[in-house]
Design a protein around this ligand. Structure first.
Ligand code: SAH
Length: 382
């Protein structure tokens, strides 16, 4: 595989491993995992990608103006809110990048004011594009500082004329002085307001604010690894904690007795319930709330679960969750982590409270970035 070179590598804060051959990147990630986790158990060799380019199904562009006043779309410089114009990114989906370039050019011809973070004036803040790699469906989210987009219908029409492949367009209102990309309010401008995509044979509806893994090729490997580690026999009660739109639990449901998912984000829970129904899965229920609180209440009620999948955000889990998980005393905990540091911290707790780490498997979800995804199997010593 030929190495490609990124023109924005020096400035853009997106990739830390630009210029490092892919094989070397994988070695670095493996060493990092071994350093942090080797005291707990066996670390299998990280699974890399055959083709580590253009893998991101979600592309986020921040908008700004350059010194000459031209509209630019790009990525923030590391640790700043200075937008580095990116003409071509090597890890983002190419079609989505094309759409962002079109929106940048349309913003100029439609005279859409670009939001200025310092003064709070202007309209267009960000554009988010998500493409279902299997379904081909494309979601475009225009993040504006106000619900009113002048010449809205003509803008949508012009965009769709150039990109008939876009299946839905949503206006997201973010009128706050914040570094969060998305605001609360959403106004569908075209199509159903979500896309669908397929992973591991199940179809998932994905709303703009719901989490969806950004590297679908590796996600299938990640989920298959997690489910293989769980080694389900068809009768178990399985918890899918931090379940997002229900992906892991729904893929596992055919091998389980019952699946219980818990997730904080309301839109994601709504997606998860629809996803269960649309895939004809009847043994899965999804609850909205904090995963820790949910586990506490399960433990208090004396409920049982044989397997717990947990896939928390970067910050990892918390004492509330972990102590109740231990009380529920599942035979297996399959921990899916996007941050080895917090994984190591949580492993310390679990291995100190009756669990043993059997093995950990790195799956490279983020070529060229320094993030590391890991699936970890813990089993009860009892
Ligand atoms: N397992 C899913 C989602 C993983 S991302 C997938 O593979 O797609 C982590 C998820 O945890 C996000 O959906 C986020 O909304 C959710 N989350 C964050 N904090 C949470 C909490 N305290 N309780 C429950 N869910 C939480």
């Amino acid at each position: 595989m030929a190495e490609e070179k990124c023109a924005a590598a020096k400035k853009c804060g997106g990739c830390q491993y630009q210029g490092i051959p892919y094989k070397k990147q994988l070695e670095k990630k493996q060493q990092y995992l071994e350093k942090l986790l080797k005291n707990y158990g066996k670390i299998l060799p990280i699974i890399g990608m055959e083709n580590p380019y253009y893998y991101r199904n979600k592309v986020h562009a921040a908008f700004d103006r350059d010194r000459k006043g031209n509209v630019i779309a790009g990525i923030y410089e590391a640790n700043s809110h200075h937008v580095v114009p990116v003409e071509k990114c090597l890890i983002e989906d190419e079609k989505s990048q094309e759409i962002i370039r079109t929106i940048r050019d349309l913003a100029k011809s439609f005279r859409i004011k670009i939001y200025d973070e310092d003064t709070g004036y202007g309209l267009l803040r960000h554009v988010l594009v998500r493409r279902g790699f299997q379904s081909g469906q494309i979601l475009v989210v225009l993040v504006l500082s106000s619900p009113i987009l002048p010449s809205k219908n003509n803008f949508v029409k012009a965009l769709r004329q150039i990109h008939p492949e876009i299946t839905t367009i949503v206006l997201n209102v973010n009128d706050r002085h914040t570094s969060m990309v998305l605001g609360e309010r959403e106004i569908p401008l075209y199509g159903p307001g979500y896309i669908k995509d397929t992973l591991c044979g199940c179809t998932f509806r994905i709303s703009p604010k719901s989490f969806y893994q950004v590297n679908p090729v590796q996600t299938e490997i990640l989920y298959q690894t997690a489910i293989r580690f769980a080694d389900l026999k068809g009768t178990e009660t399985v918890i899918d904690a931090y379940c997002g739109i229900g992906t892991i639990g729904l893929v596992a449901a055919k091998d389980a007795g019952r699946v219980i998912g818990v997730e904080l984000n309301r839109d994601a829970v709504r997606d998860a319930r629809v996803n269960a129904k649309e895939n004809g899965i009847r043994n899965a229920d999804f609850f909205q709330g904090d995963a820790g609180d949910f586990m506490v209440s399960m433990a208090q009620k004396g409920e049982k679960a044989e397997v717990v999948f947990m896939d928390p955000p970067r910050g990892g889990s918390d004492k509330k969750f972990l102590s109740s998980a231990v009380k529920l005393s599942p035979k297996k905990i399959v921990y899916i982590s996007c941050n080895p540091e917090t994984l190591a911290r949580d492993l310390k707790y679990l291995t100190g409270h009756g669990y043993r780490m059997e093995k950990a498997q790195g799956v490279d979800m983020f070529p060229f970035a320094d993030d590391v995804e890991t699936v970890c199997l813990l089993s009860s010593r009892k």
